[in-house]
Design a protein around this ligand. Structure first.
Ligand code: ZN
Length: 79
């Protein structure tokens, strides 16, 4: 297990909001001139495909498609 895996497993409660709704919302906001930018890579060219919420910390991260795919085992460790 590498460091990223162990860091992810320490997140006790994580909620992952993803799917067509988030993608559509991101796309729609862009039409209004408001860019949802990925909190990980800060690449505004990528549409946000998921929002990672950590209720305990009151934190929410917007993540683009490529970043979602780079997070190891995200689907296996979220609620
Ligand atoms: Zn990203």
């Amino acid at each position: 297990m590498d460091s990223i895996d162990s860091a992810m497993s320490e997140l006790v409660e994580v909620e992952l909001v993803e799917g067509p709704t988030i993608f559509a919302l991101s796309s729609e906001l862009r039409n209004f001139g408001y860019l949802l930018t990925c909190d990980r890579c800060k690449d505004s060219r990528e549409l946000i495909s998921a929002i990672l919420v950590i209720p305990a910390g009151g934190v929410a991260w917007a993540l683009c498609g490529p970043c979602m795919r780079q997070i190891p085992n995200s689907r296996g460790q979220v609620v």
